[in-house]
Write a protein that binds this ligand. Structure first.
Ligand SMILES: Cc1cc2nc3c(=O)[nH]c(=O)nc-3n(C[C@H](O)[C@H](O)[C@H](O)COP(=O)(O)OP(=O)(O)OC[C@H]3O[C@@H](n4cnc5c(N)ncnc54)[C@H](O)[C@@H]3O)c2cc1C
Length: 323
């Protein structure tokens, strides 16, 4: 039976949502599912990993994994791979996931496919479905060689626990020769309120049509009324109007909310690739020929600076209830 590994990542002592999604996707492939956790807070997530299908958890708790970025994790993971020879290794396509996967592949010469949306059985092994050409086409790639790796995009699978229980835990030690050449000096958490962009059920996104950074205030107001999060196009991120963390699209985040409201966004392919999976798309744009209308379920042709305040007044008058 094949052995599939998921590199399970923690954010602030909790499993990253993408790790739970990847575990869910991996479970559908059958085989023995195992997780690797290299984080000082890892002991707290072992039960959850079991619920999501991991029969074994390789657990490293050394503080160095947090202090020294990806180097020690990639080193230890390489040792584990050489020892246990998994048939497939899945990572969430996060900053750390990409960093660790790249270093692992460089150490052991493993195959890597990035931007993966799905993994399917193929022959005696697996193939990865990834999106190319600005997400206009999907390509299926056979994963050859020992322990091939796939970097899976967020929201490729819907996270759902299975019926697993307490997994076997294998303690992993950090060898003294593990490289520790880069040390984290400071971590700054940007204060935010409301749901996270990637997890929000409603996303209100703004583009250059907002005309000035201060006009994002009306999107904040609308998002708050709908218990949603505020996103943005790259044009306004590049202009310094909002932080990069809000960018939706090819070089930003992928979101799949119930409702996506695009305000003054033209609908360039590089933007829509990050939001076209939303269940309902509403677009507000003064140009009736804007490409975003081709994707939208509801289109409002008008000035965003008039339409959004009118929407806010209407919601306030109705005593908006978050979905
Ligand atoms: C390699 C690469 C990667 C990229 N990655 C991303 C990415 O991740 N995310 C992303 O978003 N983009 C990305 N881009 C940029 C993308 O191609 C577009 O340039 C960008 O999405 C345009 O942003 P925008 O829609 O806000 O601006 P514009 O294209 O300038 O559109 C502004 C829209 O606002 C409308 N408008 C103007 N005034 C009003 C008003 N008062 N009321 C209503 N509507 C109004 C206009 O009709 C227009 O449709 C990438 C580009 C490249 C080359």
């Amino acid at each position: 039976m094949s052995k599939i590994w998921v590199y399970a990542e923690l954010t602030n002592a909790e499993l990253a949502p993408v790790s739970l999604e990847v575990l869910t996707g991996a479970r559908q492939l059958g085989g023995d599912l195992e997780a690797v956790v290299l984080d000082p807070a890892g002991a707290g997530v072992v039960e959850t990993l079991g619920e999501y299908g991991a029969g074994t958890v390789y657990l490293g708790l050394d503080p160095s994994y947090r202090e020294h970025l990806a180097q020690p994790a990639a080193f230890v993971l390489a040792g584990l791979v050489e020892q246990h020879h998994p048939d497939l290794i899945l990572f969430g396509a996060t900053y750390d996931g990409r960093d660790i996967c790249a270093r692992l592949s460089a150490r052991l010469g493993l195959t890597v496919v990035a931007n993966v949306l799905d993994v399917v059985p193929h022959g005696n092994g697996y193939a990865a479905v990834s999106s190319i050409f600005g997400a206009t086409q999907n390509v299926t790639t056979e994963l050859l060689g020992p322990s091939p790796c796939a970097l899976v995009r967020a929201k490729s699978f819907v996270a759902a626990p299975g019926s697993g229980t307490g997994p076997q835990v294998v303690d992993v030690a950090l060898p003294p020769e593990a490289p520790t050449g880069a040390r984290r000096l400071e971590s700054v958490v940007t204060p935010s309120s409301g749901p996270k962009l990637e997890e929000a059920r409603v996303v209100v996104s703004g583009g250059r049509g907002l005309q000035a950074p201060e006009n994002f205030r009306i999107l904040e107001q609308l998002a708050e009324l709908l218990n949603g999060a505020v996103g943005a196009s790259r044009a306004v991120v590049d202009a310094g109007w909002v932080p990069y963390a809000r960018q939706v699209g090819q070089t930003g985040k992928t979101v799949k909310p119930d409702v996506y409201i695009a305000c003054g966004i033209s609908g360039a392919m590089q933007h829509t690739v990050g939001m076209k999976g939303a269940s309902h798309i509403i677009a507000i744009n003064k140009d009736r020929d804007a490409p975003i209308f081709k994707l939208s379920d509801l289109g409002v042709v008008g000035d965003v600076l008039k339409v959004v305040p009118a929407l806010i007044s209407e919601l306030e008058a109705r005593g908006a209830q978050a979905p």
